[in-house]
Design a protein around this ligand. Structure first.
Ligand SMILES: Cc1cc2nc3c(=O)[nH]c(=O)nc-3n(C[C@H](O)[C@H](O)[C@H](O)COP(=O)(O)OP(=O)(O)OC[C@H]3O[C@@H](n4cnc5c(N)ncnc54)[C@H](O)[C@@H]3O)c2cc1C
Length: 637
């Protein structure tokens, strides 16, 4: 037998197993709300989801869901009736379950003030149950933290980063004022993400709860026009710049400048604000990510809608072609976006890169020349496309939409003497630990601070900026403190058959219905029965069998009964690991014992489904089931 890599559990080990919570940038206890849904405790589920995340309802609709990518259920091997490996199971539909919890008990379900009251008075069940957690937080902030002195903080940008910073600053005792150039708050969520994915009333309801904390949002005010950056620095105790990356990046192609070629996010903004844009009927979208799909699917809807209204006046077929450098397998867009885009009639052209945009003598766009892309990434997964210039083709079109990335617009900083230094053109220099810029009292957050990422990253970054402002103004650090609680479970058992339940498809409407009106919501969402069934698939990774080596008689009963073969009885001599493992082996061997004669029980965490059969089988009570929970709160040092 060869050697096996092993690890001895240390104090943080069990909390680390709750991979959904670890993966979330704000450490939402996804396991907590999913198991609450399974038990029918929907309000509690919402309050757990909302605790660290002021954008829980919006995340329930559109979060990129790093929790789901990390979900352990998605790693459990599945075997067929003959015991053959047939792939892995699918993760819990955590995002869709969050939507269900929020619709049941969040701002979508009741008056703003009631929701805020419930959020602020909620004490997590684990805190009530475990003494170690008694001092725990409300809405992610420990209630015992001495508050700020009501200083006014200016925030530029009412996107998820700016509003999350404002939310936490209000909780920390400051008076945040948010300046927003658009007529509506919520940044890209309101003027980027299409309404068929995120209803506008959900945005309004969620932002209303943040405002009810005392956050002032001044929409329609552009910093650099109606008010200067210098004025804000003079009149406010600190400034958080959270202006996102709103400008569509160009490709500097021949023929790119001029009518008929637009930035993808500019189109989304125009549609979101009802401004409209002069798009034709032969549209080429350049890009292969989620934004390109938002653009292409929005255009398809606009064309379908216009055609239905004015069929008699619009002759000829309309076409939307989405052209990406990547082949299908490598496209950065989510698989569901690609499938739904295909269903809606978007023509996908994979493996082509644009060379130039052709125009007629009058300057009208007539087509885009593409060349074949042979490879997008190099061996180190760095973007390094290789083209075959001999393979070219021209796609005839009258409109080109570029969805190849965004960059910030920071001209307004110039009027303040250049105190904010740039790291590279267009992006400010930022201390990654504090989010401080080089200008005194000026912090950055969100896409501007870390580049374009997910909504939940912007939320985490806004909250981090709020803590830095607190330190800047009070002189005291707020440190994250992870509190872990272990609860022995006397009578733990799982429902019969939970391991066999397949992921419940999230109900959505068909392509015809979707295209009937531009804003028809694609995803219908779970009802209570489906939600509870899906939630009951959760392995509840916080629950774990804990082995007492002093009691174990190495009978192997637990190994035999384990349905997923996650336990192994192995000689100590076959184990390799770090110095903690070596020390543990030395202790268990005692002086002079033979490693071949002594054994250890190994557990493969990716296979364990927390069924507790091992604990039930153990004849000497050497295995106990324990629940581990952790919460991160912020303490003042
Ligand atoms: C089309 C699109 C779809 C997306 N879909 C998803 C998704 O499904 N899931 C997901 O997790 N993430 C998604 N994202 C990413 C997510 O929306 C962003 O990461 C997030 O919005 C960034 O937040 P932010 O607050 O940093 O910036 P933004 O949301 O861009 O907000 C910045 C705000 O600052 C304002 N502003 C800028 N300059 C000024 C000024 N001078 N004065 C006053 N105000 C100013 C802007 O108008 C804007 O409202 C998407 C992004 C785009 C573009």
């Amino acid at each position: 037998m060869g050697t096996l890599q092993a690890e001895v559990p240390n104090s943080g080990y069990y909390a680390g197993l709750i991979s959904c919570q670890v993966a979330c940038p704000v450490h939402t206890d996804a396991r907590g709300y999913v198991t609450a849904i399974a038990a029918g405790r929907f309000e509690e589920a919402y309050l757990i989801a909302r605790g660290p995340n002021p954008f829980a309802s919006i995340c329930g609709r559109i979060c990129g869901a790093p929790c789901e990518a990390a979900c352990r259920r998605g790693k459990v091997p599945r075997v067929d009736d003959d015991g053959h490996f047939v792939g892995t199971d699918r993760p819990i539909a955590i995002r869709a379950l969050k939507r269900f919890a929020c619709e049941s008990a969040g701002p979508e379900s009741g008056p703003t003030e009631e929701i805020l009251r419930a959020v602020q008075s909620y004490v997590p069940r684990v805190a009530a149950e475990a003494d170690e957690m008694a001092a725990l937080l409300r809405a992610g902030i420990d209630g015992s933290i001495p508050k700020g002195a009501g200083e006014r903080i200016a925030i530029i940008g009412a996107g998820p980063a700016g509003l999350s910073a404002a939310h936490d600053l209000a909780l920390l005792g400051f008076r945040p004022v948010v300046y927003e150039t658009e007529p509506v708050p919520a940044g890209m969520l309101a003027v980027g993400v299409p309404a068929y994915r995120l209803p506008r009333e959900v945005i309004a309801q969620e932002v209303a709860v943040i405002q009810a904390l005392g956050v002032e949002v001044r929409c329609g005010v552009t910093v650099g026009e109606e008010i200067s950056f210098g004025d804000l620095r003079r009149d406010y105790a600190a400034v958080v710049v959270a202006v996102g990356a709103k400008s569509s990046r160009g490709l500097a192609l021949a023929g790119e400048s001029g009518p008929g070629v637009y930035g993808g996010v500019d189109l989304l903004r125009a549609v979101a604000l009802g401004a409209g844009m002069d798009i034709g009927r032969e549209v080429v979208v350049v890009g292969g990510g989620n934004v390109a799909y938002d653009v292409a699917r929005t255009v398809v809807r606009q064309i379908a809608f216009d055609t239905a209204r004015t069929a008699a006046r619009l002759p000829g077929a309309a076409r939307v072609r989405l052209v990406s450098l990547e082949e299908l397998e490598e496209m950065p867009a989510d698989t569901l976006e690609i499938i739904e885009g295909d269903e809606e009639g978007i023509e996908r052209w994979n493996g082509w890169g644009p060379v130039e945009i052709e125009r007629d003598a009058g300057g009208k766009v007539t087509g885009v020349v593409f060349r074949k892309c042979l490879r997008v990434y190099d061996e180190n997964r760095r973007f390094s496309p290789v083209f075959d210039d001999a393979q070219r083709q021209t796609l005839a079109c009258d409109t080109v939409l570029l969805a190849v990335g965004q960059s910030p617009q920071l001209d307004f900083l110039k009027d303040d003497g250049g105190d904010v230094e740039m790291a590279r053109p267009g992006w400010p220099k930022i201390d990654p630990a504090t989010l401080a810029t080089s200008a005194e009292g000026v912090f950055a957050a969100g896409d501007l601070a870390h580049g374009t990422r997910l909504l939940i990253d912007a939320v985490a970054s806004g909250k981090a900026a709020a803590r830095s402002v607190y330190r800047y103004l009070t002189g005291h650090e707020l440190r994250p403190e992870t509190v872990t609680a272990h609860l022995a479970l006397e009578h733990y058992g799982r429902e019969r058959g939970y391991e066999a339940i397949r992921r419940q498809p999230v109900p959505s409407c068909g392509p015809e219905r979707r295209l009937a009106q531009p804003d028809v919501l694609v995803e219908i969402g779970y009802g209570p029965e489906q939600a509870m069934r899906e939630a009951s698939r959760c392995l509840d990774c916080g629950v774990t069998p804990v082995f007492d080596g002093n009691r174990c008689v190495l009978c192997g009963g637990c190994v035999d009964v384990c349905p997923t073969l996650c336990l192994k009885l192995v000689p100590l001599s076959g184990l390799v690991g770090d110095e903690t493992l070596e020390a543990a082996i030395r202790v268990s061997l005692g002086a002079g014992a033979d490693p071949e004669e002594n054994s250890a029980i190994l557990k493969d965490e990716d296979r364990c489904i927390r069924c507790a059969l091992c604990a039930a089988r153990c004849p000497v009570d050497a295995i106990s089931m324990e629940r581990v929970t952790f919460q991160t709160s912020w303490r003042r040092s």
